[in-house]
Design a protein around this ligand. Structure first.
Ligand SMILES: *[C@@H]1O[C@H](CO)[C@@H](O)[C@H](O)[C@H]1NC(C)=O
Ligand SMILES: *[C@@H]1O[C@H](CO)[C@@H](O)[C@H](O)[C@H]1NC(C)=O
Ligand SMILES: *[C@@H]1O[C@H](CO)[C@@H](O)[C@H](O)[C@H]1NC(C)=O
Ligand SMILES: *[C@@H]1O[C@H](CO)[C@@H](O)[C@H](O)[C@H]1NC(C)=O
Length: 245
């Protein structure tokens, strides 16, 4: 009995120290949640100009929904198509794997790389929430009809970069990030390839440029295939928005 008591006396200060250490650890290193997400859409004709595509699609398709913090956040959280069964018909249409339309590989990859990080917030903490939010935001921004309304249509004539940027800013009231495939010689145009639209944690449209500085420039590549070489369009080179060949 007295042995137990003296053991308690010895341990008690240690427990207090441990508890203090643990609570201060919580206070000094809060979990760094993402605060913005980037909805990325691609123009399949441009993607397929450098890849062996199996689909011939002429509307903007989803590439991904990327939180601004973290990649591959939870390797034990596996993609499970059953959880998004009801979304698959829409996913096949607007988020197709252009290289391999019958596989889930693209969605699986996007989930592991970005979805598991997005899922750290309650608003996106399941596969169903993550993929359905991406589909919802895709419908909300509707690049296909927006560009058409601004008379920016796939064609053999070239646009200026500011035509496209200005149309988008006028329509959405925020700055997108517009990416092009760059020409190998100076006399050629750049090819419109990918558009990023940014949202805050409440999924309100947000200026991409202002808060996504240099560290996200590296995302200006199709992460499905790094050799695709997309980056932010140059303001000074004509822009080709490729039509059906
Ligand atoms: C792709 O589809 C369009 C119609 O959407 C068609 O005009 C074009 O010829 C097709 N291209 C190929 C390579 O199949
Ligand atoms: C990672 O995912 C697994 C499986 O869904 C889950 O049980 C676990 O809590 C997750 N870990 C973290 C740190 O979120
Ligand atoms: C996939 O999700 C379904 C529906 O939630 C569940 O019943 C099944 O056990 C999951 N499969 C795996 C391998 O986790
Ligand atoms: C990436 O591009 C290279 C060169 O164009 C090609 O050989 C490779 O198969 C591509 N990888 C994927 C995953 O598409």
């Amino acid at each position: 009995m007295s042995a137990t008591r003296s053991a308690m006396r010895l341990h008690f200060p240690l427990l207090v120290c441990l508890a203090a250490a643990m609570s201060s650890a919580v206070i000094t290193s809060p979990i760094k949640l993402w605060t913005k997400v980037i909805l990325t859409q691609q123009w399949p004709k441009t993607f397929c100009s450098t890849e062996h595509c199996q689909l011939n699609i002429s509307y903007w398709t989803l590439h991904g929904l990327w939180p601004d913090k973290g990649e591959f956040c939870n390797s034990s959280w596996h993609f499970n198509a059953t959880e998004i069964e009801d979304l698959i018909p829409d996913m096949k249409k607007v988020w197709p794997d252009l290289l391999n339309p019958s596989s889930f590989h693209f969605w699986k990859y996007e989930w592991s790389k970005h979805g598991t990080c997005a899922a750290e917030a309650d608003s996106l903490n399941s596969q169903h929430k993550y993929f359905s939010k991406a589909l919802e935001l895709y419908q909300k921004v509707d690049l296909n009809s927006m560009l058409q309304k601004a008379n920016i249509t796939p064609s053999d004539k070239y646009y200026t970069f500011s035509d496209i940027e200005q149309a988008m800013e006028n329509f959405y009231g925020v700055k997108p990030k517009i990416q092009c495939l760059h020409p190998s010689t100076n006399s050629e145009p750049q090819t419109l390839g990918q558009i990023e639209i940014c949202f805050d944690a409440d999924f309100t449209l947000y200026d991409c440029e202002k808060h996504f500085a240099t560290n996200t420039l590296s995302r200006g590549q199709w992460d499905q295939n790094k050799s695709s070489g997309l980056s932010v369009c140059s303001p000074d080179i004509p822009v080709y928005y490729p039509p059906d060949s």
